[in-house]
Ligand binder design. Structure first.
Ligand code: HEC
Ligand code: HEC
Length: 315
């Protein structure tokens, strides 16, 4: 009888773990053409996408690191400095919109952004197509894979297909979600409980632990006046897209999947330590003080979210 109950009990417990958690495991995107992924990867690394052939997507989105650079602001062509911290391209296929302010609805739409941005690649589709069609090998690749050959839409399609393959699978946290109790340490489990108990989960949730809603930076306090740095255009967030006053300081909630690998935190790169970033979040997003010990436990949980990808340095 006891045995019967414990079997039922175990079943309920493990069922609960899988069914009720507000974070779900990352899954690969099926059905991607391997040839398009390969072409996309090649284009992602191709300097000819920039005006002076000096940088590629990969110059700012370092795939062996966390899919972004380790700078406070990115550096584009001619050494021009960006206005906002570079986010990761890993798992971006699962974000509901692209960019901090959500100005691209899809990955596909996103691609022409950096190509045309004067402080990023400073180029133009026509220039890019001119340069690439002068390369017979590339032209042939496009002809083989796309009926209409080398076009802007097909370049964007190949790059996007590659980006959709950039999912970091098999994190220890996901293995735990899938029922492997030993995948997490006691501290990491406690960190996850705190992440939920403090309310971080109300914004950072779903399979990307973020990336599925907008939220104000400073929901419970005036982050920007306390920061002590003058407000910049980038700080206005979603307002820059909609022009609606209420959208000032509204941002896409970033995914925390690879946050533990970052060197700087927040759109303005204002924090250098993960634990300090967690303290800022508790204070300004939740109106709560968090002690260092609890912040450390949450940081331990965040480190368990880092998954694997063949292009990402093993952790
Ligand atoms: C000069 C550095 C730089 C280059 C080159 C660059 N990016 Fe970015 N990327 C950024 C920055 C900075 C942002 C954030 C901009 C913003 O949100 O306003 C970004 C955002 C993104 C995002 C959105 C991610 C998210 O979660 O919102 C994707 C996807 C992306 N870039 C892909 C690319 C691709 C593809 C290329 C090449 C065609 C490229 N990037 C070239 C710096 C760069
Ligand atoms: C009200 C929604 C909300 C809540 C609650 C919230 N966050 Fe955030 N989080 C955000 C937003 C929005 C950003 C981006 C802010 C920015 O860059 O200015 C962010 C950014 C972060 C970052 C930095 C990500 C990066 O890429 O630089 C970390 C780490 C983080 N949150 C952790 C937490 C933790 C831990 C908690 C709980 C203590 C929490 N957040 C609670 C909305 C929220």
């Amino acid at each position: 009888m006891l045995k019967f109950f414990s079997v039922v009990f175990c079943f309920i417990v493990s069922f609960d773990v899988l069914a009720d958690e507000p974070i779900t495991p990352l899954v690969p995107i099926e059905g991607l053409s391997p040839d398009k992924v390969k072409l996309g990867q090649q284009l992602f690394n191709d300097n000819r996408l920039s005006k002076d052939n000096s940088i590629s997507c990969a110059s700012c989105h370092l795939l062996s690191k966390h899919g972004a650079d380790n700078r406070t602001r990115s550096i584009g062509i001619n050494g021009s400095q960006g206005i906002i911290k570079t986010p990761t391209v890993y798992n971006s296929a699962f974000n509901f919109v692209q960019f901090w302010d959500g100005r691209s609805r899809t990955l596909n739409q996103q691609v022409s952004g950096p190509i045309h941005n004067p402080i990023e690649m400073g180029s133009h589709w026509l220039e890019v197509i001119d340069k690439l069609s002068a390369d017979p090998a590339v032209a042939v690749q496009f002809k083989t894979l796309y009926d209409d050959g080398l076009t802007a839409a097909n370049i964007a399609d190949a790059i996007t297909t590659f980006e959709r393959s950039l999912i970091t699978l098999n994190s220890r946290f996901d293995r735990w979600l899938e029922g492997d109790e030993k995948a997490l340490s006691a501290n990491e489990k406690q960190g996850y409980q705190l992440f939920k108990a403090f309310g971080c989960i109300s914004c950072h949730q779903g399979r990307n632990v973020g990336g599925n809603m907008y939220a104000y930076m400073g929901t419970m306090g005036d982050y920007f006046s306390d920061r002590g740095q003058p407000i910049t255009v980038a700080d206005y967030g979603r307002f820059n897209v909609t022009g609606v006053e209420d959208d000032k300081f509204l941002f896409k909630v970033p995914s925390l999947r690879l946050v533990a690998l970052q060197r700087y935190f927040f759109h303005d790169a204002s924090e250098r330590r993960l634990v300090s970033a967690i303290e800022v979040m508790a204070k300004y997003q939740l109106g709560r003080n968090i002690n260092e010990q609890d912040a450390e436990l949450i940081a331990a949980f965040l480190r368990s979210l880092v998954g694997q990808h063949p292009l990402l340095e093993p952790q």
